[in-house]
Ligand binder design. Structure first.
Ligand code: ATP
Ligand code: FE2
Length: 333
């Protein structure tokens, strides 16, 4: 079999999004379909999101195969997000992946979701050995390759940065997802910066104090746009600082953005400036490959399969707290 022609279908279901994508062995993304569960109010309820995914996963898979111009019988591998993520959501995707693999008689591979964000960046941009700043709703990590593993150089000690923005936005009456609305409001701001706690602890960061402080300022009557602006400036500066230190420590001259918050132009601007100042380069994948999506899962599945990884069904259990550095990275040297 020609490994570059191999078609893999990847299934993503760690949190809000259920996605399926078909990718070939050259990282051509042939399709990348997704549907996102939006909670009626408040935060995400894992069981409700999982019910949504259970209803939508089959149509999303069918659409992915059809858009790829493929037939189910042409798929040679199924990959799925094994973790980290919300248990009920992960189980829905894993069940769909197992059923498909068994009914088609093809191999199955469970992949680490965070590593998939990094590999789709390496597969679709010119980045070769980047530090990844992975910023989404549930995750905030700075990851780079060192000695056969993807190591976490810094991470949030509490909530993910997207989650922080969504919670902060909810307090101001902004519907989920609040990140893009906060970005718009911040861009209109003409008021001075309102100081918020800047919380970098070693290589890690913490967001909960900022959320509390911003809510106090909001109740005291601070204008929404000044709050949005100050929130962005503070948390993005923290993220850029930790990323820069990771680049220096790991001696890397490329930085890659991933996760839903990568859509933010102010974050891109700040990170890009830091990279340029160090003589480094910044890379940002297409936005549908930055958010949670099935194509990145398919691509990592192909890389793992090609490096010899095989998973019997008994090894496809989900892993809610799947750590990035647990995976032996056999496909890089
Ligand atoms: P994960 O399971 O990886 O944690 P997720 O379910 O949070 O992922 P993503 O699609 O990666 O899904 O990211 C969604 C997050 O991105 C939301 O918190 C949303 O507010 C945030 N976001 C989207 N666009 C922007 C933007 N322009 N600025 C800031 N945040 C944004
Ligand atoms: Fe993600």
């Amino acid at each position: 079999m020609n490994p570059t022609a191999m078609l893999c279908l990847g299934i993503e279901s760690t949190a809000h999004t259920v996605g399926a994508g078909v990718v070939d062995g050259r990282c051509n993304v042939l399709s990348n379909e997704m549907e996102t569960y939006v909670p009626p109010e408040g935060g995400i309820h894992p069981r409700e999101a999982a019910n949504h995914h259970a209803e939508r996963v089959v149509p999303v898979i069918r659409a992915a195969v059809e858009k790829a111009g493929a037939r189910f019988s042409e798929l040679e591998l199924v990959a799925f997000s094994q973790g980290p993520g919300l248990g009920p959501c992960l189980r829905t995707g894993a069940t769909a992946a197992r059923s498909l693999a068994v009914s088609l008689g093809i191999p199955i591979i469970g992949v680490n979701h965070c590593i998939a964000h990094l590999e789709i960046g390496r597969g679709t941009t010119a980045a070769r050995d980047p530090v990844l700043l992975y910023v989404s709703g549930g995750n905030t990590q700075v990851i780079a390759y060192m000695a056969s593993r993807y190591r976490i150089f810094g991470e949030t000690l509490d909530i993910g940065v997207g989650n922080l923005l969504d919670k902060f936005g909810r307090g101001m009456g902004l519907a989920f997802p609040a990140g893009p609305k906060i970005e718009k409001s911040a861009a209109t701001n003409t008021d001075p910066y309102l100081p918020l706690p800047y919380s970098v602890k070693g290589m890690d960061i913490s967001f909960s104090g900022i959320l509390t402080a911003a809510e106090v300022k909001r109740r005291e009557g601070a204008p929404a746009s000044a709050l949005c602006y100050s929130m962005q400036e503070t948390v993005f500066a923290m993220l850029v600082e930790v990323t820069e230190r990771a680049m220096a420590h790991a001696e890397k001259d490329e930085v890659l953005l991933g996760g839903g918050v990568a859509a933010n132009s102010r974050l891109r601007q700040m990170l890009g400036r830091m990279a340029a100042d160090r003589g480094a380069k910044m890379f940002v994948p297409a936005s549908r490959l930055c958010v949670d999506n099935g194509a990145m899962i398919a691509w990592l599945g192909l890389l793992m399969h090609r490096s010899g990884v095989r998973m019997p069904l008994s090894k496809t259990k989900i892993c809610q707290r799947f750590r990035t550095d647990e995976v032996e990275v056999a496909w890089r040297n």
